[in-house]
Design a protein around this ligand. Structure first.
Ligand SMILES: [Zn+2]
Length: 199
């Protein structure tokens, strides 16, 4: 729209960069933020600012936490022999609820030809470094059981196996196409319990 203020266009463009937000939604959100009381819109901006200032990326596992190393990496009681590789920091809470006591590595996404996500944009390099130095007995690839999650696990397994790590995958109890963020804790606990060697 030629007569829109450039600041509105910039806001729409910023919103459109959020995951899952297309041009129409971005436009709707932008006009919503301009319509609500200033305090409400600026409250969102302040919440983003505060969370960004308080939360950092763990230099060990790439989880998000107020501390670096994160509370899990700093906990000496965690089992260092087992490393669980997840796509997203939010999935850690799900595995914690199952009583998992190993440690994690957060990929910060998954490979996607569609979205142009390549290994360099994820934390593959840091994971390989960790496996070389920490020498966990087992690395379990707990990516989501869908096309992109499986593809990501396959590429990771190809890189981890030459390092001598025992690579495993979550059990098939997870429904194909399911999202780890959404399955029940009991299904997730079963999938962890029945994890199988990568082959
Ligand atoms: Zn950590």
């Amino acid at each position: 729209m030629a007569n829109r203020d450039r600041s509105i266009e910039a806001l729409i463009a910023a919103l459109e960069r959020l995951p899952g937000v297309g041009p129409k939604t971005a436009e709707r959100l932008a006009f919503h933020l301009l319509r609500v009381p200033a305090e409400e819109a600026l409250g969102l901006a302040r919440a983003i600012d505060a969370a960004r200032a308080a939360v950092r990326t763990c230099s060990v596992c790439c989880n998000l936490d107020a501390r670096d190393p994160c509370a899990i990496c700093a906990d000496p009681a965690r089992d260092r022999a087992l490393l669980l590789v997840v796509e997203d920091p939010r999935e850690i809470d799900r595995f914690e609820a199952t009583g998992f006591r190993g440690r994690y590595h957060v990929l910060q996404g998954r490979l996607s030809a569609f979205e142009g996500v390549r290994p360099e944009e994820l934390t593959f390099g840091r994971l390989l470094d960790r496996v070389r130095t920490e020498r966990p007995a087992e690395v379990c690839l707990a990516t989501n059981p869908d096309l992109e999650g499986e593809g990501t696990a396959r590429v990771l397994a190809e890189r981890l196996l030459p390092l001598g790590a025992a690579v495993t995958r979550l059990a098939r109890g997870l429904p194909a196409g399911a999202s780890i963020a959404q399955v029940s804790t009991s299904i997730l606990a079963d999938a962890l319990e029945g994890r199988r060697p990568w082959s």
